[in-house]
Design a protein around this ligand. Structure first.
Ligand code: PHE
Length: 374
């Protein structure tokens, strides 16, 4: 404590009185002790050791003192500032140690935890079934051909021998994107109702022989229910070459069902009508579950084929010469066969899927049990 000095200006030196300095120091030390984390300590540092802190401001007053009082006040203020600085340093270390301790606990990685708890997704069985069918034909030398889902009315209908007033046009309830401008104009745009326009595109793009398999999404104005969906998938096959006959079509179908459903499976053809094939047929495959044993045997009913012995697959036939001509293929020289069927239907009987809505909802609980066919 300095001796009383008459030349002290009481206003200027108020901040330098020993008890004032002690109060500032004690306040600073209390605040430092109370700082609970590093952010709080930083604020304490600014408030009590920063340029505008009470002790720093007191320090500035020293310059205004008479020389004999400077040393005394300087020692007092310097001592208090030193104590505050040390206390800050110690608290800083304590809080850093606490933080490090906490981070080590909170962010600890348990290397013994299993890695595979993330549920894996699954490819949709429609995709894998479609690829499986493609593979069967790619192995036989067929090419995979694709076309747009928004298709010209001409390619979807007219080139396939389905004229504007053709009754078959109403067989396929069509989503129109753009109507034809006039009745005999064929320039409307539709969501394709079948994959058959890809037959036309393939023949227009290539010189025969043509061997293509066309998988894809198609649209019809059906309501979504257990057995219908307005968006579904078809696979269509087209072969155009010299000397192709109905026997080639039958052999190709048998090969496909044997690859998909097992050795010895057969198909049968029933007469039908499609404008783009002549003759046309409905194709059935033998029921791969009962192999016909359920027919006429009430004790052994078969759910897969409804005890019919046969399962309806889709349509087929020899490409109508008018379609060949429309695509610039000489029907005198070349003939062709085609077939098309729905993938959803095949998935339903191949895997006992009972409700078509399960296929469109994209719930992984439906897709996962089909496994991971690559
Ligand atoms: N495109 C026909 C349909 O969707 C199926 C079919 C394809 C029929 C090829 C014969 C030949 O109904």
């Amino acid at each position: 404590m300095s001796a009383p000095n008459k030349s002290y200006d009481p206003v200027e030196v108020e901040a330098l009185k020993p008890e004032q300095i002690a109060r500032m120091r004690d306040e600073a030390l209390a605040a430092i002790a109370a700082a609970g984390d590093l952010a709080a300590l930083h604020e304490v540092k600014v408030a009590h050791a920063g340029d505008r802190s009470p002790l720093a401001l007191a320090n500035r007053e020293i310059g205004a003192l008479p020389p004999h009082a400077k040393a005394d006040a300087g020692k007092r203020v310097g001592g208090a500032r030193g104590e505050v600085k040390r206390a800050l340093g110690i608290r800083q270390e304590e809080l850093e140690a606490e933080r490090d301790e906490r981070v080590l606990v909170e962010e600890a990685v348990d290397v013994t935890l299993p890695l595979d708890r993330e549920p894996a997704g699954a490819r949709h069985p429609l995709t894998t079934l479609m690829e499986r069918i493609e593979d069967i034909f790619v192995a036989m030398g067929y090419e995979v051909a694709e076309g747009p889902e928004v298709e010209s009315e001409w390619l979807n209908f007219d080139a396939l021998n389905i004229a504007p007033d053709h009754p078959a046009r109403t067989m396929q309830d069509t989503f129109f994107v753009e109507s034809a401008a006039t009745d005999d104009d064929q320039s409307g745009v539709v969501l394709r109702t079948h994959t058959s326009p890809v037959q036309i595109r393939s023949m227009l793009d290539r010189e025969p022989p043509v061997y293509v398999i066309c998988p894809g999404r198609v649209y019809r104005t059906d309501e979504l229910d257990a057995t219908h969906t307005p968006v579904f998938h078809q696979v269509e096959l087209l072969a155009v070459d010299e000397g192709l006959t109905m026997a080639d079509l039958k052999g190709t179908l048998d090969h496909m069902v044997q690859s998909l459903f097992g050795e010895g499976m057969t198909t049968r053809l029933r007469p039908n009508y499609f404008p783009f094939t002549e003759p046309s047929a409905e194709m059935d495959m033998e029921c791969y579950v009962c192999r016909g044993a359920s027919v006429g045997d009430p004790d052994r009913p078969c759910r897969t084929c409804g005890s019919e012995g046969w399962i309806e697959l889709g349509g087929c036939g020899m490409v109508n010469p008018r379609v060949l001509t429309a695509c610039g293929v000489d029907p005198e020289k070349y003939s062709g066969f085609a077939f098309g069927f729905g993938i959803e239907r095949m998935l339903m009987f191949r895997h006992n899927v009972e409700d078509m809505r399960d296929m469109v909802e994209g719930d992984v609980r439906f897709t996962r049990p089909f496994g991971m066919e690559i």
